[in-house]
Design a protein around this ligand. Structure first.
Ligand SMILES: Nc1ncnc2c1ncn2[C@@H]1O[C@H](COP(=O)(O)OP(=O)(O)O)[C@@H](O)[C@H]1O
Ligand SMILES: [Mg+2]
Length: 515
């Protein structure tokens, strides 16, 4: 092909290169390669001026014969390239052997090559400012039309400069935006993250922000979310970041006690108030004076206790059971529930007025499956927690095990993940957690896999099994609550547990309700 046609074709390829997205240096390198491959312009080098304008550093370099030390710098005005930058004019050197100013520091041609070389260097300009140089070698020949080659290089240089400029502007804008974002986030307290809380997902940051906003006030907080999402952790984070942090933090699990016991647990009783009340007892509300009372599973309390609690929330007053003496207490209330309280109101199981009292500032904890990016950081956190607890040296989680965890839908949320890692650390023998170290639930083909192949009976069984296991996990193995969730009788659930061979005791272990 005629040289002129070759040159045109090369320019069009350079333009294609520049239209690609990607790393600037890689794109510039591809352009230098094109110049060599198509036009025989070898050892292409692009130098850019440092931001203080003192040095030229290598932005991209192409060399077929030498390993290049990319740390080499030229000073402004030094050698040929430094001169091109300082006076803004291109340079043609027909024979480098006859040019005393030619430093040859980057490619060190005089050391390794015998042939005579011509050298062309053009400035790279952004508007009128010179920001760098583009230079190439050409084996010396009398046939060469060096001023023609120079023109091509000038075109390439101006194409590059447009690109360098727009990428620089874009990256400067991006940096400015990021800095602004960080500033705003700081101002909003969004960088606040309670100690012990792992997870950087957007939805968890929203949670941290809400916690940050509410912790300094005395506002009642209602924490909502499925079982195992970290409600208790958030409750303690609110207390320990509040002005009450030096005072008591008292937890009451409202689902763990019968109605009578819960009443006396909360409000206390006088001696002889009821059979068995052999001594006076102060309630948890009194105990929490000046501090915080965390009412876990508030959705489970009976209607009659709801009335008493409402009174306390409204008046800050109550009486011990069997006493007429009204007691005042300064206690901040944090409540948590995984129950659909709005539905409970419709079902007449939860008082609307109490709901309005506690729902002043709701914080919603998203289920783990809705923030998959938190799975790996949490898993790593639990790996180090349980390996040091068990004095085992578990270094990492294998890729297949990670995929299994990412695939899984975690109906028991972070608590289930924690149990799963605790188990895996125990059985792990070679310092790596493998897929087979994870519990069988993560390995079982899920309903979605079976539903496409298998008989109708197998498919419905698989679906039933999945639904029942999920419900048991949600409810920490409580068949009665699970049956409500599933909309069938608890007798039916027990029958199905038996028939489908579900080991429901395993889900009892998911609970942390030891308190
Ligand atoms: N974001 C988190 N970072 C670290 N551990 C967590 C996180 N969320 C939950 N956990 C752990 O998971 C378990 C269950 O959390 P918990 O607060 O008891 O859940 P919930 O009260 O919603 O059922 C606890 O051992 C808790 O420490
Ligand atoms: Mg809990």
């Amino acid at each position: 092909m005629h040289r002129y046609a070759k040159q045109l074709e090369t320019l069009s390829l350079v333009s294609d290169c520049l239209s690609k997205n990607g790393d600037t240096r890689e794109i510039l390198f591809q352009i230098l390669r094109l110049l060599e491959k198509n036009l025989g312009l070898v050892r292409g080098t692009i130098l850019l001026l440092s931001s203080d304008g003192k040095n030229l550093t290598i932005e991209a370099v192409h060399s077929a014969d030498n390993e290049i030390d990319t740390d080499i710098r030229y000073q402004w005005g030094e050698g040929i390239v430094g001169g091109v930058v300082s006076n803004g004019q291109p340079m043609i050197i027909p024979k480098i052997s006859q040019e005393p100013l030619f430093r040859d520091r980057i490619h060190q041609r005089r050391k390794s090559l015998n042939e005579e070389i011509s050298f062309i260097c053009v400035p790279i300009k952004i508007e009128h400012e010179i920001v760098g140089t583009l230079s190439v070698d050409l084996p010396f020949s009398n046939e060469n039309n060096l001023s023609q080659e120079l023109k091509i290089l000038q075109i390439v240089s101006s194409m590059i400069s447009h690109d360098v400029n727009s990428r620089r502007t874009a990256s400067r804008q991006r940096e400015a935006l990021e800095a602004e974002n960080v500033r705003l986030r700081d101002a909003l307290g969004e960088n606040f993250r309670p100690e012990n809380m792992i997870g950087n997902s957007k939805s968890m940051h929203d949670v941290y922000t809400r916690v940050h906003h509410v912790c300094t006030a005395d506002t009642t907080v209602l924490i909502r979310g499925e079982s195992g999402t970290g409600k208790e952790l958030i409750a303690s984070a609110i207390h320990f970041n509040s002005p009450r942090k030096e005072r008591k933090y008292i937890k009451v699990n409202c689902a763990a006690l019968s109605e009578n016991l819960l009443e006396s647990e909360l409000f206390g009783h006088e001696k002889g108030a009821f059979t068995g009340a052999i001594a006076m007892r102060t309630g948890r509300i009194e105990e929490a004076e000046g501090g915080t009372l965390f009412l876990d599973e508030i959705g489970e309390i009976s209607m009659s206790i709801q009335v008493k609690l409402l009174r306390f929330l409204q008046e800050k007053e109550f009486e011990r059971i069997g006493s007429n003496n009204t007691i005042r207490a300064d206690v901040r209330i944090i409540a948590a529930t995984n129950r659909d309280l709005e539905q409970a109101i419709v079902d007449n199981a939860f008082r609307k007025d109490l709901y309005y009292r506690i729902n002043v500032f709701p914080v919603f904890l998203p289920p783990l499956r809705a923030r998959k990016e938190d799975i790996l950081p949490l898993a790593n956190h639990f790996v180090s927690k349980y390996s040091s607890k068990n004095k085992k040296n578990v270094r990492r989680i294998s890729t297949p095990a990670i995929s299994m965890m990412m695939e899984y839908h975690w109906p028991g949320n972070v608590r289930e993940l924690e149990n799963c890692i605790e188990h895996a650390v125990l059985v792990c023998y070679d310092g790596v957690i493998h897929g087979y170290d994870l519990p069988p639930t993560l390995q079982m083909p899920s309903y979605s896999e079976i539903k496409f192949n298998g008989k109708l009976k197998d498919r419905t069984d698989a679906l039933e099994r999945d639904m029942i296991i999920d419900a048991l996990k949600h409810t920490n193995g409580n068949v009665n609550i699970a049956s409500k969730e599933l909309g069938i009788t608890s007798r039916m659930v027990r029958y199905k547990i038996e028939r489908l061979g579900i080991d429901y005791k395993q889900y009892l272990n998911l609970t942390d309700d030891t308190q």
